[in-house]
Design a protein around this ligand. Structure first.
Ligand code: PA5
Length: 445
């Protein structure tokens, strides 16, 4: 089970003030359960882990097997919730140098449709030349410009390189059951498809085929991922009292910190493999809570790397931040600091110690320094980095985000704000149907 330690926030908010959230947090948790809160059309994720059947997992694994057998590279095309969850898990579990070590066992996973960079797309298409590659096109709405643009390019390349018939085997679409161009194209071309349930929003969709298929293609155990999430579903169930419910406590303490002026939450790791987990977390909380001109700004740092860049700001900058550290108890490999006769670097005092012991002391030292410097610290521990624990973390943060959003008083399941840039972009690009907006925006230039 993951551990949650909020003791190091109590110099900044009183324990009593956090415990006082007990009733409110229960109401928020019940609102999720009963579907009586804001955004209740999008609660399909709440019991998703426990409702995933073995047959469904087997079906995903069978599709993954086909892609694994036929492809050297698989491109996951999607943006926001349609790729961050998969990338978070895949990068957390992959060898840090996997992309430099193509193997016969698992295809290299690369990502597209998450930007509109011409250089990125050019370099990706160059990289794919001459390679057997597959494509997982993921878009719930099925019309997202970034993803559709990348898919148009990559689908053509796939058909040119492998022939139209083979491309049908190599392209899988994950989208809405009925609407959107991704659905229309997939049905017309005869691609295999998976459905993103109507009641699961993008950023809560990692445990649907959106996350499960790419993760399975990368060679990871999606059954264990789901088991971890299912266990966490029990741990954070409505019946669990506040004192034992880590998601409710985390939601409570971060809301109390926010009230006391801590406007920025830094998700911290001491393992670079968690970089994309933080990206997923930032989207989850940022898109869920950033509404009505309020909410914590979710940011992230990779330590100890960023202690040498952002460390100064964190230690001595404006005291408006708090940290949430994801700490991994046990690493997956062992390595000791070697002895060196000359000891010119002065490191012999560490000789024979595990590298992880040095990292753990850096972690403890950083926590103490930052708390002393005025930065409250929340600590989330997992036993090790594996599918089971990542499944737990994912569900923990999802349910915590739902509770936290309700405590803040926002709808954690919509994202009206993301439309503004699209509207301007379409107007500037003279998209048919945006004539009036085009005229209006040009006056502002
Ligand atoms: O969480 C969300 O809803 C968003 O981040 C979406 O996932 C993102 O905008 C991509 O949308 P779509 O899957 O419709 O292409």
């Amino acid at each position: 089970m993951i551990g949650l330690n909020i003791e190091k926030t109590f110099d900044f908010v009183s324990k009593a003030s956090v415990l006082a959230y007990d009733a409110q947090a229960l109401i928020a948790r019940e609102a999720l359960e009963k579907g009586t809160g804001k955004g209740s059309d999008f609660l399909g994720w709440l019991h998703l882990p426990s409702s995933i059947s073995k047959a469904f997992i087997a079906n995903i694994q069978a599709t993954a097997k086909i892609l694994r057998e036929h492809c050297e590279v698989v491109v996951v095309a999607g943006i926001g919730g349609s790729y961050l969850g998969a990338r978070a898990v895949i990068e957390a579990l992959s060898n840090s140098f996997a992309w430099l070590m193509p193997s016969a066992q698992a295809p290299v996973i690369v990502y597209a449709g998450c930007n509109i960079s011409e250089d990125y797309l050019y370099e990706l298409t160059e990289y794919l030349k001459g390679k057997k590659f597959g494509l997982i096109n993921i878009s719930k709405g099925g019309t997202t410009t970034e993803t559709a643009l990348a898919f148009r390019l990559l689908r053509q390349q796939c058909e040119q390189q492998h022939g139209k018939e083979m491309a049908k085997k190599l392209i899988v679409t994950i989208t809405d059951a009925h609407k959107g161009v991704a659905r229309i194209t997939a049905d017309r071309e005869g691609y295999q498809t998976y459905i993103i349930p109507d009641d699961v929003g993008g950023r809560y969709s990692v445990l649907t085929p959106v996350g499960l298929l790419p993760i399975a293609v990368a060679g990871f155990d999606i059954e264990q991922l789901v088991t971890g999430a299912t266990d966490m579903e029990q741990t954070c169930a409505t019946r669990v009292p506040f004192a034992k419910n880590p998601a409710a406590q985390y939601a409570a303490v971060r809301n109390e910190l926010y009230k006391r002026g801590k406007k920025i939450e830094l998700l911290v790791n001491f393992c670079p493999k968690l970089h994309y987990f933080s990206e997923w977390w930032k989207q989850l909380f940022g898109e869920s809570e950033g509404k009505d001109h309020k909410s914590i700004f979710p940011a992230s740092v990779d330590f100890t790397t960023d202690l040498h860049s952002m460390g100064q700001w964190i230690q001595e900058g404006e005291r408006s931040i708090f940290e949430t550290v994801i700490s991994i108890d046990n690493v997956n490999h062992q390595m000791e600091v070697p002895y060196d006769e000359a000891n010119l670097d002065g490191l012999n005092y560490l000789a024979g110690k595990r590298i992880d012991e040095v990292n753990k002391m850096a972690e403890l030292g950083t926590q103490m320094a930052h708390v002393d410097g005025g930065v409250p610290n929340i600590r989330i521990t997992i036993d090790k980095l594996d599918e089971y624990n990542l499944g737990q973390l994912i569900y923990f943060f999802e349910v915590a985000c739902g509770i936290s959003g309700y405590l803040l008083g926002v709808n954690p399941f919509n994202q009206p704000g993301v439309e503004a840039y699209k509207m301007n972009m379409f107007a500037l690009l003279n998209k048919p149907g945006y004539e009036a907006e085009s005229k209006a925006i040009r006056k502002k230039l």
